[in-house]
Design a protein around this ligand. Sequence first.
Ligand code: HEM
Length: 450
Amino acid sequence: MLTAINPIETISLLQQIQWVADPVGYMEKAVRKYPDIFTAKIVGFGGSIVFVNEPQAIQQILTNDRKQFSAPGELNGILKPILGDASVIMLDGDRHKKRRQLVMPSFHGSRMQNYGQLVFEITTKVFKNLDINKTQNRSFTVRDAMQDISLQIILQAVFGLYEGDRCQQLKKLMSQMTELFNSPFTSAALFFPSLQKDFGAWSPWGNFVRQKEQIDKLIYLEIAERRAHPDPSRTDILAMLLSASDEEGKGMTDLELHDELLALLLAGHETTATAMSWALYWIHHLPDIKEKLWQELKSVTDPTDWMSIFRLPYLTAVCNETLRIHPVAMLTFPRVVQEPMELLGYKLESNTIVLGCIYLLHHREELYPNAELFKPERFLDRQFSPYEFMPFGGGVRRCVGEALAQFEMKIVLATILANYDLELAEHKPVKPQRRGVTLAPAGGIKMNLK
Ligand code: HEM
């Protein structure tokens, strides 16, 4: 029986509220009692689910998620009000596999070199336009600036949109829509469908619905225009999806295109913006790290040699340690047991829902001694297996944007360090807090441009 695995005993509704309000507190309390595996009653899954953070068990799940386990898209339904149900995130089985094959080449490591100059230009443009001269101490909110950068990059990669009215409108609307879920309180509507009530433009859900309608309209307009004026020289993702067809020669419908583009836009900028914000926080919180990064960056003779910057060992270690201590995505997407099986000595019945708990995995003391300390050197001293360090998940749903996210993080950080002198505006610890289904720095981190 499922409940035979270390159950969290608190009553279900209380657990659900705790999970939404304070996910880190919830996970840390549970893991103190049950170190490797426990069942929890969190919202979005209609019953008990199993949280796993033991590396070998995670390996067993993620290397078998086409046989012993499945990865049904319908279990990602919490994202449906935002993403619809026709994107790679919502598909499963053969359709999921084919869609991934379609999307993945655009995010392949070999494509990254093409993005180097663009990432550099967008970063310098955003810093130039920061509206900081008017503010006391020339301060700005780091997460907003990082979101501005990552949104422009993904708009360029997905649509080939860099300038122009539609690009500006999409940027503004996407930022406004994601800000609606910027705290545990406002994120609650995603988890409790009874809160998804449209009481007009001034009600929280009504506001979301209206923003989303405007975004949808712009995406459909872009699709229509691109269908009407095909341009074979374009290399963006929309161009690729427009030219794709299945075995019967059928192309993607407008709805499928819309959902896919929206999923890539959202998944492709929210997470990376948060990761870069955390990295800037730690680099400026610990001056030794900033100094080491500076020294390393000085060793690159050509500042536009993006691949050399990308390969810098200490910069890589800083990015890895950032994604270890603050993995942004706390959990993998759900996997489901296909036939009764054993995991860590427990029997799992068919249909049991299992989640890899990335946050708890990354805070295991035997893997990461003094796990609460930010120490990039851990990644220089030893190699971690893909099931010990997995900010991008694994198996059939492994993040499609991993290469872009890592490349973007490094080039943005290197550009900022080489060109701007920043300091933290407040010297108090910044806590992770729920932002939709992710974890982000509470308050967005304030910095001064010196
Ligand atoms: C630091 C940045 C990022 C982090 C931490 C992150 C993390 C993750 C994680 C943990 C998963 C689930 C994997 C699993 O269940 O095993 C995932 C899936 C996904 N990510 Fe990312 N991601 C990031 C950036 C991106 C970017 C830049 C894109 C797109 C351009 C992207 C698109 C996706 C998509 C489409 C999926 C679903 C894949 C599927 O269902 O097959 N992500 N990501």
